[in-house]
Design a protein around this ligand. Structure first.
Ligand code: HEC
Length: 135
């Protein structure tokens, strides 16, 4: 019986410990994703990026919040792009890496189905800045 009482005490202590742990992991806890922001891309214009996404026809393959399109599911939806941990499942999602992906996806992942869209560095920066507003 002493063992049962002891194990109840241990369980109670564990329970209290879990409460503290959960409290520490409240809504203020940092996300696992390396959160980038449009401000990390000096001089980039998210509004221009949004228009470029329409001009380049990215919506032929992606659904993109704020850009109208046919609702294609060829590529992943680009909602929450600012919250993703990885780009294309392989490249850590930082603002610079997002630009790198947009400029040449196959250089990042030779097996990717996303084509090189032939955009300029400046266009890629603007598009990345818009994508980083999507949370
Ligand atoms: C022909 C179809 C196609 C077009 C057009 C296209 N993409 Fe993609 N895109 C894909 C596919 C497929 C993937 C998934 C690639 C992978 O995981 O390897 C992808 C992945 C991405 C990713 C990474 C998403 C993630 O969840 O990790 C981004 C960002 C992206 N595309 C942006 C764009 C933008 C911006 C444009 C327009 C300039 C564009 N794409 C045009 C097919 C396309």
């Amino acid at each position: 019986m002493r063992d049962a009482a002891a194990s109840r005490r241990v369980r109670a202590l564990l329970g209290i410990g879990m409460c503290f742990l959960l409290a520490a992991c409240g809504p203020e806890a940092p996300s696992l994703a390396p959160l980038g922001s449009p401000a990390d891309l000096a001089g980039a214009d998210p509004g221009r990026g949004r228009r470029l996404i329409g001009d380049y026809g990215c919506v032929a393959c992606h659904t993109v919040p704020g850009v109208s399109g046919p609702g294609s599911a060829v590529g992943p939806p680009l909602k929450n792009m600012a919250l993703r941990a990885y780009i294309g499942g392989v490249l850590p999602n930082t603002p610079a890496n997002l630009v790198r992906w947009l400029l040449d996806p196959a250089a990042v992942d030779p097996l990717t189905a996303m084509p090189d869209m032939g955009m300029s560095d400046e266009e890629a920066k603007n598009i990345a800045a818009y994508l980083l507003t999507l949370r």
